[in-house]
Design a protein around this ligand. Sequence first.
Ligand SMILES: Nc1ncnc2c1ncn2[C@@H]1O[C@H](COP(=O)(O)OP(=O)(O)OP(=O)(O)O)[C@@H](O)[C@H]1O
Ligand SMILES: O=P(O)(O)O[C@@H]1O[C@H]([C@H](O)CO)[C@@H](O)[C@H](O)[C@@H]1O
Length: 153
Amino acid sequence: MLVERQDIAKFCEILRKGGQKVVFTNGCFDILHAGHVTYLEAAKAQGDVLVLGLNTDASVRRLKGQERPINSELDRAKVVGALESVDYVVLFGEQTAEAVIAEVKPDIYVKGGDYTLDTLPEAKIVQSYGGKVAFIDMVEGRSTTNIINKIKS
Ligand SMILES: Nc1ncnc2c1ncn2[C@@H]1O[C@H](COP(=O)(O)OP(=O)(O)OP(=O)(O)O)[C@@H](O)[C@H]1O
Ligand SMILES: O=P(O)(O)O[C@@H]1O[C@H]([C@H](O)CO)[C@@H](O)[C@H](O)[C@@H]1O
């Protein structure tokens, strides 16, 4: 389910008050692949509810170049939100997920093994309120870039 950004803070406060352990992750999820699916299943397993912060189209363009995303933000939200492991999706347009994390205040913040505590600016804000940061191992050879390059070749 897509939650409006203006509602996400209140929404997650209600989840926490209901005793739900909230897991948060973020990403572009442009062309979904098996690495994403495995990763999101492992992220969800860390708690009770998985909230996914999805980069807006403008944000993806800044991060991954003018030719991206391939799929629009609403299409990406619909596809990734259809996964059983993903409970809620919220769009964010900032460069990093720090602001939306400050609103969600997840118990656990998860990213893939392509990041480390040193390369994750969001780690500081999670740790500032006692949240946990977890990393999920990468599924070898799976990436949206690889898929695009394979189609182009
Ligand atoms: N092969 C993979 N195995 C596990 N997790 C992955 C894998 N690829 C991406 N992720 C994770 O999924 C999230 C979204 O990543 P992203 O959408 O950038 O995927 P990507 O395939 O790396 O895309 P791109 O090739 O466009 O950079 C990130 O947290 C990332 O760590
Ligand atoms: O799909 P990606 O490229 O893994 O998602 C990005 O993750 C960044 C990460 O959290 C380190 O800051 C984030 O800043 C960026 O906005 C994308 O979500």
